[in-house]
Design a protein around this ligand. Sequence first.
Ligand SMILES: *Cc1c(COP(=O)(O)O)cnc(C)c1O
Length: 392
Amino acid sequence: MTSAAASLERFAADKLAQLDRKSLRRTPLVTQHHDAVRVERDGRMLINACSNDYLGLAHHPEVIEAAREAAARYGTGAGASRLVTGGHPLLFELEQRLAAFKGTEDCLLFGSGYLANLGITPALAGPDDLVLVDSLGHACLHAGARLSRARVEVFRHNDVAHLRSLLAQHRPRAGRALILTDGVFSMDGDLAPLPEILAVAEEFDAWTLVDDAHGIGVVGEGRGSAHAFDTPAAAPLQMGTLSKALGSYGGYLCASQRVCDLLRSRARPLVFTTALPPASAAAALKALDLIEADAALCLRPLKLAQRFCAGLGLPAPVSPIVPVILGPAELALHASAELQEAGYLVTPIRPPTVPDGTARLRITFSAAMSEAQVDGLADALADILQQAEAAE
Ligand SMILES: *Cc1c(COP(=O)(O)O)cnc(C)c1O
């Protein structure tokens, strides 16, 4: 080994040892997904209660067939960026469908939701501008904010008064201002107060970007967090992913035609990455067909979450994401291992995904789960929490 290679090895070994000491090392485990609910690990079948495939569409026979047919007809890869070789008609069709679904003029597809957020904010804000991000906003919102080189201010989670005071303080010296928030918070399952945020944004001439990765297909009767309120609260910039409730892969931004046109030329993760494979678009299109045809499907994940919380005496959830906060990372690891013993897959969520001291189980509900599976999980978790209390 050269000495440079050896110093790299030492660096990696030291960092890994540090992570191990804090119970923060992450290791993807070989897991076979037989369908949206049944997964197999180390030869054991488990009930999956941590997937974002909220509607079970990643395993739906019609979605699979749509992807299979598109791959057979059009090939498995797009070959280049759409700006180089042009885009497949399915990509344009999907953009029009998403825009209609969200009620916006236009839509733009990205390689993933993460890439969308790395592209949107830097295309709209620069060094003379102000970007305000919710403290619990997704990592890619924060990453996009930093990448823009604007002044970044983090407001306390869902604290509109704090957002307003930061705007009052910093807005006058900024050229443009953006507010970034999740619509449904990925690790807590709560909703952003979008009507209040949009009102403050209006007052200070700030543009709001809502990340609806966990909203589309599951809240607001499937139309997303903008529709989860008495009157719709549609931000001018609504991004999301095809990879969760839509059961496919890719990201999108729904916005006005001009804004989308600007991003087509200026969003670097769009200009410099290969387009989505046609099969991903075909799968998402079929998923949208199924969602639009079956309103009850989109309501089911939340109904199951409500049943689960009622059974355990937890506060009523507003999305299919239920956090059970345990505190130290070791406790979350332990509870997750116990649940696995009982036949349920619920991965522990640790820092830096969540703030220090708030490691948790993040339980998600898929329309594909049965009531009996939900009740079984509630019983198993009740036992584990009781034992943990008794041991204290
Ligand atoms: C999953 C997620 C993303 C990233 O979407 P991908 O398509 O998986 O890259 C972005 N924002 C939030 C809130 C998410 O939960």
